[in-house]
Each structure stands twice: as structure tokens, then as C-alpha cells.
Write a protein of this length. Structure first.
Length: 399
């Protein structure tokens, strides 16, 4: 609705992020107000305490509504939980030289959608992407309606959330007198931002490493085709150093904040950790090379699990040209990024990004862009009752 404020809220275990925007006739948006506050009642992105969460959301919502003189009834939620399901599946039709028709594609889509939802009955569809259109082994940008061929393959990617988690989200926002129009997974929003900011056209991987968790997301032909979250982050490396070197965590944190591991060369046994790091503890000779070996061993394991030896990425690794690394801990961005780069294939283009204060609202901003203009490869947004422009475009596929 042009000229009407729209509300976006990201929920995660650390913060609630609020964004109010207004769209013009070209579906570009203008930010009316944004605010970020500490969250409660959220664990691993899931609602665990509706009362505490709703109180905080109500308070911030009241501030925003008074600021822009508008009362919201609907909200688009950016969800950061990790227990979503990603399903990649293909359907096909033998053409034997005939044309591929609209109804052929409709049949394939409906058949695949029914198969997935029947086998995932305890989950709800959040995102659905047209990942690939392949006619006679040729990947096409658009559905090849009207073209002749021998064999057509249509690839789809489904993202689903447990129905109980979805019910709890709805319950939370109902207590705030808000109806959920749509849910957008945060890895999708973050990937969209990278595509827009960097004008990416090739297949790429986005690896986000926080202090206590990590995520990898793959985008192919602008389609969100894979995402996986892992229960470890940069803190596991610090804990290794603390345990192996018998150092308390305060000393370890100072080491990681001040020492540039990118500059440590191999076989420098004569160089030791400075006495300044030991504070009031007894100084012990710990070689920088030994310290670096501990760190590199854990980094290698992390990169193997997330990317190099991840069996789920077997078919996507060869297609991936760019790998984007983002660190929550700025010390890893400054002092350890080369250590991560050494563990990745030389043929890949590796780029490192640091989280900034602006990153707090980046997922909401990307979601506002998605809501206004749709996304070329996303077939249908769910949750909302009123059909958006993009869902109407694909409604013939899901009658």
C-alpha cells in the first residue's frame, strides 16, 4: 500500500530490531524510524517466553507509533532461528520434441509441492525458490514456456519451519496486536543484501561466524538454494587456547584483541608471547608458533565442517565462485582472516566483511527491499492472507 507505513521486526536471542518504512509509487522505500533493543524470551531464534518478549516489543512499538503518528496492525518478521529445513528437489517432463506449456510447469510445481508438504506435515512453508530451469541440459534464466525440446527439468528449493514454532511466533505478535504478514529467514535477507551491494551474478557462499554459532548460505542464479547453521563460533577457538595453554579467558581475550596472527610466520620458535598478557599471573614461555598451531588446527576443523567436507555442498562447491566471510568478533576480522583464507581453495575468490553498527538493521532493510519489489527467483511468500504482487504472478502454478 503506497504511502502507508510498514513495520519490520527482526527477532533473535540478542536483540529485537524494529524498522518502519513507507513506499513510493516506484516501490522504493523511505525509512521512517528504526530502533534496536535487547531481547528477552528468545532462545536460538525461537520464542520461549511470550510474556517477556511481548512486553519489550510493545514498549518499542509504542515509541515508534508515537514517533510516526501511526498505529500498526501488521508486521513482517525476520526470523533468525536455526532449526529450519532446506529441501532441494527436482521434477521433470519428457517432451520428445514438443513444446513445454504453462500447464506442464504447473503440474511439475504442484506435484513437487504436494510431495514435500506431505512428507513434512509437521512443518510450514516459509520460502519457495525456482532454483533452475533446465531444457535439454541447458540452464535457463526463465521458464522455457513455448520452447521445443526433449527433456525439461525444474529445480525447486523449499524452506520450512516447525509449525509449533510458527504458532508461537503468531502468539507473540497477537499479544502485541500485530498480525504476521510474512516471515523472512535472516540468511535469505543477508544474502539479498550482499547481492544488491556487490552486484553479484555468480554462485556464492556466505559464511557468517558469530561468537557461539556459524551459518553458511548458498545463492545460485539469485536463488537461495541452501542454508545450514552450526552450534559453534569463534569462542570455541578461544576456549582451545585457554585449555591447551592453561590461560584464563581474560588473558586469551586480550591476546586475540592485540596480537595479529596474520603476521606470525612458521618456524619462529624463538618468539614468545609477551609478558604483558600475563597480568598478575606467573609468566610462562609460550611460543607464538605453538599458539598459532592451536588456532590453525581449530580453524581447519571449522572450515572443514562448514564448507570443505560438508557433504550437503558436494554438488554446489564446484559452482561456487565467491566466498564471503563475515565475523561478529572484529578481532577475527582484523587479526585472523588470513588464517581462514589459507584453508580455502585457491581458485575461490575470498572476501572478508566486518559487522558494523549498520549491520543491525541490514536484514530489515533488505527485507523492506524484498517486500517492495519482490525477488526474481522466489515463487511464493506464505503466511500473509492478502496476495502480494509476486504471489499473484505465480498463482497459476498453485491453484
Amino acid at each position: 500500500e503506497i504511502g502507508k507505513p510498514h513495520l519490520f521486526i527482526e527477532i533473535n536471542e540478542k536483540s529485537f530490531v524494529f524498522l518502519a518504512v513507507k513506499y513510493d509509487e516506484d516501490f522504493n522505500f523511505r525509512v521512517l524510524h528504526s530502533v534496536t533493543g535487547e531481547s528477552e524470551g528468545i532462545s536460538e531464534g525461537k520464542v520461549t517466553d511470550v510474556n517477556n518478549s511481548s512486553k519489550i516489543i510493545k514498549n518499542y512499538l509504542d515509541i515508534i507509533e508515537k514517533k510516526i503518528h501511526f498505529t500498526f496492525e501488521n508486521v513482517i518478521v525476520i526470523n533468525d532461528q536455526k532449526n529450519f529445513s532446506c529441501v532441494n528437489i527436482s521434477g521433470f517432463k519428457r517432451l520428445n520434441g514438443s513444446q513445454i506449456l504453462d500447464e506442464n510447469i504447473s503440474y511439475i510445481l504442484n506435484d513437487i509441492k504436494k510431495l514435500v508438504l506431505d512428507n513434512q506435515s509437521e512443518k510450514s512453508l516459509i520460502h519457495l525458490f525456482n532454483s533452475d530451469f533446465i531444457l535439454d541440459h541447458n540452464s535457463l534464466k526463465n521458464p522455457p514456456i513455448g520452447l521445443h525440446g526433449e527433456f525439461y527439468n525444474h529445480h525447486l528449493t523449499f524452506f520450512l519451519l516447525p509449525k509449533n514454532d510458527l504458532k508461537n511466533l503468531k502468539l507473540l505478535f497477537n499479544k502485541c496486536n500485530l498480525k504476521i504478514d510474512r516471515i523472512i529467514l535472516k540468511p535469505f535477507a543477508q544474502g539479498v543484501k550482499k547481492i544488491i551491494d556487490n552486484e553479484i551474478k555468480e554462485t556464492f557462499a556466505a559464511i557468517d561466524i558469530s561468537t557461539d554459532k556459524s551459518n553458511i548460505s548458498i545463492f545460485k542464479n539469485h536463488s537461495f538454494v541452501y542454508s545450514e547453521t552450526f552450534p559453534f563460533g569463534t569462542d570455541i577457538i578461544k576456549k582451545d587456547v585457554s585449555k591447551v595453554c592453561s590461560l584464563n579467558m581474560n588473558i586469551v581475550k586480550n591476546i586475540f584483541s592485540e596480537l595479529n596472527f596474520n603476521l606470525i610466520k612458521e618456524n619462529e620458535e624463538e618468539k614468545y608471547l609477551s609478558e604483558k598478557y600475563f597480568q598478575k599471573e606467573i609468566f610462562r614461555k609460550i611460543s607464538l608458533n605453538h599458539l598459532n598451531d592451536i588456532i590453525m588446527a581449530r580453524i581447519e576443523e571449522i572450515v572443514d565442517i562448514i564448507y570443505r567436507k560438508n557433504v550437503n555442498l558436494k554438488d554446489l562447491q564446484n559452482e561456487t565462485k565467491f566466498i564471503y566471510f563475515t565475523f561478529e568478533d572484529s578481532n577475527f576480522f582484523k587479526n585472523l582472516r588470513q588464517n581462514f583464507e589459507r584453508m580455502l581453495p585457491e581458485k575461490k575468490v575470498i572476501r572478508f566483511e566486518e559487522r558494523t553498527q549498520d549491520e543491525r538493521t541490514s536484514s530489515c532493510l533488505a527485507s523492506a527491499e524484498l517486500t517492495g519489489k519482490g525477488w526474481e527467483r522466489e515463487a511464493i511468500p506464505t503466511i500473509q492472507t492478502k496476495k502480494s504482487i509476486i504471489s499473484r504472478l505465480f498463482s497459476t502454478f498453485f491453484k
